[in-house]
Design a binder for this molecule. Structure first.
Ligand SMILES: Nc1nc2c(ncn2[C@@H]2O[C@H](COP(=O)(O)OP(=O)(O)OP(=O)(O)O)[C@@H](O)[C@H]2O)c(=O)[nH]1
Ligand SMILES: [Mg+2]
Length: 205
């Protein structure tokens, strides 16, 4: 497996709906999930800069698509879904932005990291996962905020999610921004996905 660097991240673009896409020359790893599930926090944790992108206590914090440059790949942070209190117009423009991204950059995507709250999954999670499966993108499930659960409940949550989303064929990683061991596992998974992406002869790139 080729080594992958997760330090020295820089922000290269902040995209809103209708903006023209910058050239994406590196494989993309994109983080998807419900609002407030911990997408931006996980990205900050992965790149070891706790204040890199702003996070929020209330849903709807990330309102654009952020492209983060690393030497071997680009990390993508998206607005979250499933948050009813965001004005309808804004929700529609996020949906447009996310649809555009997945349609126009699909060939660049090496891995979609789908975050699920370890305490509850929703119909929106199921809908988004079904949509990603229909696009035939590689998916890694990650259960977030597991520091809120004791050891045995963490395992129960993992078993339940594996069953519920068995069609995804991804063993969920248990994640918390309060521990480093889960970060090592996710970094390894990203490195594997980047290797597969580079070596896959069947996909036109
Ligand atoms: N206890 C705990 N809290 C977390 C963890 N990860 C994120 N949080 C908290 O969850 C809240 C939401 O985090 P964000 O990273 O902004 O979530 P997001 O998914 O990017 O949300 P949107 O941008 O609104 O879609 C913040 O208050 C974080 O501090 C975790 O592993 N454990
Ligand atoms: Mg966010």
């Amino acid at each position: 497996m080729r080594p992958v660097t997760f330090k020295n991240a820089t922000l290269s673009a902040r995209m809103g709906a209708g903006d023209e896409w910058p050239p994406m020359r590196q494989p993309n790893v994109v983080v998807v999930g419900r609002s407030n599930v911990g997408k931006t926090s996980l990205i900050n944790h992965l790149v070891e800069r706790s204040k890199f992108l702003p996070t929020g206590k209330t849903p709807g914090r990330t309102r654009a698509l952020f492209v983060i440059e690393l030497p071997e790949f680009q990390l993508i942070d998206l607005p979250g879904y499933g948050f009813a209190k965001v004005a309808r117009g804004l929700r529609e423009s996020w949906k447009q932005l996310i649809d555009d991204y997945f349609q126009q950059q699909a060939e660049q995507i090496a891995l979609v990291i789908v975050l699920l709250d370890c305490r509850i999954t929703t119909a929106d999670d199921r809908m988004v996962i079904d949509w990603l499966l229909s696009l035939r993108l590689p998916i890694q499930l990650v259960l977030t905020k597991v520091d809120k659960l004791g050891r045995s409940l963490r395992q129960q949550s993992s078993v339940a999610v594996t069953k519920l989303f068995r069609d995804v064929e991804s063993v969920p990683l248990l994640y918390t921004i309060k521990e480093g061991a889960c970060r090592d596992l996710l970094r390894r998974r990203i490195a594997e996905a980047l290797d597969t992406y580079r070596n896959c002869p069947t996909v036109e790139k």
